[in-house]
Design a protein around this ligand. Sequence first.
Ligand SMILES: Cc1cc2nc3c(=O)[nH]c(=O)nc-3n(C[C@H](O)[C@H](O)[C@H](O)COP(=O)(O)OP(=O)(O)OC[C@H]3O[C@@H](n4cnc5c(N)ncnc54)[C@H](O)[C@@H]3O)c2cc1C
Length: 382
Amino acid sequence: MSAIPRTVYEEEHELFRSSVKKFLETEAAPYHAQWEKDGQVDRALWLKAGEQGFLSPSVKEEYGGVGVDFRYNAIVDEECGRSGFTGIGWGLHSDIAVPYIERYGNEEQKQKYLPKCVSGEIVMAIAMTEPAAGSDLQGIKTTAVKDGDDYIINGSKTFITNGQHADLVIVVAKTDPTAGAKGISLFLLEAGTPGFEKGKNLEKIGLKAQDTSELFFQDVRVSKDQLLGEEGMGFVYMMQDLPQERLNVSIIAIANAESILEQTVNYVKERNAFGKSIATFQNTQFKLAELETQVSVARVFLDRCLELHIEHKFDSVMAAKAKLMTTDLQCKVIDECLQLHGGYGFMWEYPVARAFADSRVQRIYAGTNEVMKLIIGRDLLK
Ligand SMILES: Cc1cc2nc3c(=O)[nH]c(=O)nc-3n(C[C@H](O)[C@H](O)[C@H](O)COP(=O)(O)OP(=O)(O)OC[C@H]3O[C@@H](n4cnc5c(N)ncnc54)[C@H](O)[C@@H]3O)c2cc1C
């Protein structure tokens, strides 16, 4: 098949990719269907991934990591997206939560937590969303009130990825409810802290092997050492880190779309109707041609986004465009590919059926696609 060669990766990245692929085939493929029934992956998977260096590879060596660039994270994301093993919450951990400690943590916090985040002994989550505030993050109600050298946290969060497995949660709370965005701070909250309870593992229409939870905080006392970065800077930190979160979602989107498209090409060659292969119908060829063209174009754009991110030139508007375009395309590709599978496309045992259910949330989390349009529109019209 004709394709524009990818130039973002070098030979050592491809060697790393082979080991991620092999690991997923042996350590995830045989068990993922059971994890979907369990509502979460086996915790041992995290430790095994840590041993292989797949968790937070960009953490510096002095904190137990390998200190490589984000392309290694991207490879793990691509292979998870390609395989469709959506229960694995490594991306949320490595690309989204852990970087907050790398960027804003003090020396003590880095020493204490980063090595265990790399080994898989600590699973991280980030808790922004609340039952009454998702897109409008400034509307959160969770508070952290100063009490001597401590803070007392009260409130609740919902839809938190890795919520059941999480050992360490970044909690977004208001330290000054009168100060708007400037009154928001981040806290590192350890599981088991008195007053911190994990709610039920939420039942979802997709991502069935991924634990997604409510979290509750009732008079949770944390010392000021658990404040992440400076008080009142939480909103700024989140805005700075959202481009990487949106890149993570985009990388998974295109890898998954490419994989489902490839599987569909194989399927239509084998399936017959009216005495001939469905691949011979003009509708099949036209649909696949359209999808392949759009995915190829998206791939080039996304690789360029990844390069810009490595060069620290990837900004929030580019990230919004990437997230909007790739996740809309992922859902479109999967919907059309499901149609080409006929009734089998609706059967859970077919990857396209799972992808249909799993992909839908990509347009919702990490900022909804409507919020992405707001960001792009504001930039255009400023
Ligand atoms: C499986 C899953 C995992 C998640 N993981 C995490 C996690 O780990 N941590 C975390 O903090 N959160 C997580 N979330 C939450 C997710 O980020 C939010 O659901 C998302 O930001 C949307 O917020 P909301 O659900 O409150 O929807 P709302 O904000 O209530 O939005 C409802 C609708 O209104 C639209 N809307 C809102 N504001 C505007 C506007 N200004 N203009 C136009 N339209 C608008 C939205 O686009 C949407 O269509 C997760 C969600 C899911 C489903």
